[in-house]
Design a protein around this ligand. Structure first.
Ligand SMILES: CC(C)=CCC/C(C)=C/CC/C(C)=C/CC/C(C)=C/COP(=O)(O)OP(=O)(O)O
Ligand SMILES: O=P(O)(O)OC[C@@H](O)CO
Ligand SMILES: [Mg+2]
Length: 251
């Protein structure tokens, strides 16, 4: 059963909003305090990082599996080495906002070899780096500059080309810890263009920013840094998401 596809398509179709927690395997520590996650209303757990190896990834996924109940766990790979058979799926990313062949196709060829027989759900995802010009881990690791929030038409065409190539999901990424997230008009334009499930992340460190991303058309938002700094923020956003989805039902 393609659970993650079902989740993302379901959100996109219904207009309901989803929340993913990004766990960095290099920083993850096992803790019984995470037990509340199982019934929290969290939609997805992403595991990955710009750097990092298979062992840390595998350990993190196995540990989270024991705590997360029915919440699917999806690899968000920074490289071909971030693969584990214990995940439910993998965002099979192509970094289409850049022109570095290594992250457009080369990493994917080796990645394909590694995952061919693992039975993971594969999510073909167009990955676009967009922010205000800030250079963060993901840009350094991939040797790719971000597109600027102001380049709306170029971003729109890249997303459209990704759609024509058959990519099923799109991820607009400002970069972990970004000062300014992906702009509302970029989110709005890409969503309108691709009409596919849209993931948005990077620098979403306040309820206001999360809500703006939802309003602009994000189906699933990803939170990493803000939760590392303040684990209470996850509970706060989950509560806001519940309200938000209830309101959508009423209207
Ligand atoms: C499909 C396969 C097997 C590989 C794809 C490889 C590609 C194209 C990766 C895209 C480029 C890349 C380096 C993405 C990293 C994405 C990621 C998991 C970021 C998480 O945040 P960090 O950048 O690690 O944040 P910190 O700096 O806070 O640790
Ligand atoms: O850590 P933050 O800034 O929440 O970013 C999440 C994610 O989009 C990074 O790949
Ligand atoms: Mg990291």
């Amino acid at each position: 059963m393609k659970r993650i596809n079902k989740l993302l398509k379901g959100l996109s179709k219904s207009g309901q909003k989803g929340l993913a927690w990004l766990v960095d395997p290099e920083k993850y520590q096992e803790s019984p305090q995470l037990e509340w996650i199982e019934n929290s209303g969290l939609d997805l757990i992403l595991v990955g990082g710009s750097s990092g190896n298979a062992e840390a990834l595998d350990f993190t996924i196995r540990s989270l599996k024991a705590l997360s109940g029915k919440i699917p766990i999806c690899i968000f790979p920074g490289s071909k080495d971030q693969v584990s058979e214990h995940a439910d799926g993998i965002l099979f990313l192509s970094l289409i906002s850049g022109t570095n062949p290594e992250y457009l196709i080369t990493q994917q060829v080796e990645g394909a070899r590694a995952i061919e027989h693992l039975g993971l759900e594969i999510l073909p995802t167009g990955y676009l780096l967009v922010n205000e010009g800030e250079i963060l881990s993901v840009h350094k690791a991939s040797n790719t500059l971000p597109l600027l929030n102001s380049e709306v038409d170029r971003i729109r065409l890249i997303a459209l080309a990704g759609k024509y190539l058959g990519l099923k999901y799109f991820y607009l990424e400002a970069g972990s810890g970004a000062k300014a997230p992906v702009s509302n008009s970029v989110i709005q334009t890409v969503k309108k263009t691709v009409k596919s499930p849209l993931i948005v992340g990077g620098g979403l460190d306040s309820l206001e920013k999360v809500k703006k991303a939802f309003d602009a058309g994000a189906d699933l938002v990803v939170l990493g840094n803000a939760i590392e700094k303040d684990p209470g923020f996850l509970a706060e956003v989950l509560k806001a998401k519940r309200w938000y989805n209830q309101l959508l039902n009423i209207n």
